[in-house]
Ligand binder design. Structure first.
Ligand code: UDP
Length: 140
């Protein structure tokens, strides 16, 4: 299996509760390596742009406000089959449906405040990595 990259966000509910280390530990223990990381406060433009695919969904406004409400940690993760590996350790969007041992089962507060974002395809991973990082910020 090829080593690939994916994009992750540790969301405001996690920075607020000071559990970014606990979340990152679960990512690392799942076989993912953090090859880029920065703590930022998302602008409205970034939050709306990043989630543009959801702009017609009823939760869009709330999602944008949430993503701007506290700092986030954006990360590039590397590992074998990184997109799937990350989706597996994240767990289902709704923590009530997330499997035991996943980040969302362990830490998420609600379907909105669900602790982590992870790219859903390699194509989107590339787009999302480029949205927040330049290549020289990624150190494998
Ligand atoms: N979301 C929400 N309400 C919903 C569905 C999604 O607030 O009913 C938020 C939630 O934070 C989720 C994000 O929108 O993580 C993106 O939704 P998506 O369906 O892409 O889920 P994900 O890929 O994050 O599991």
């Amino acid at each position: 299996m090829a080593v690939t990259r994916t994009f992750s966000i540790i969301k405001p509910d996690a920075t607020r509760r000071n559990i970014t280390g606990a979340v990152t530990k679960m990512l690392e223990e799942a076989g993912l390596r953090v090859v880029a990381s920065k703590r930022i406060r998302m602008t409205r433009e970034q939050a709306e742009g990043f989630y543009a695919v959801h702009k017609d969904r009823p939760f869009f406004g709330e999602l944008v406000e949430f993503m701007m409400s506290e700092p986030v940690v954006v990360q590039v993760l590397e590992g074998e089959d990184a997109v799937k590996r990350n989706r597996d350790i994240m767990g289902a969007t709704n923590p009530a449906e997330a499997a035991e041992g996943t980040i969302r089962k362990e830490h998420a507060l609600s379907i909105g405040e669900n602790t982590v974002h992870g790219s859903d395809s390699e194509e989107n991973a590339k787009i999302e990595i480029d949205f927040f990082f330049s290549e020289d910020e990624i150190v494998g």
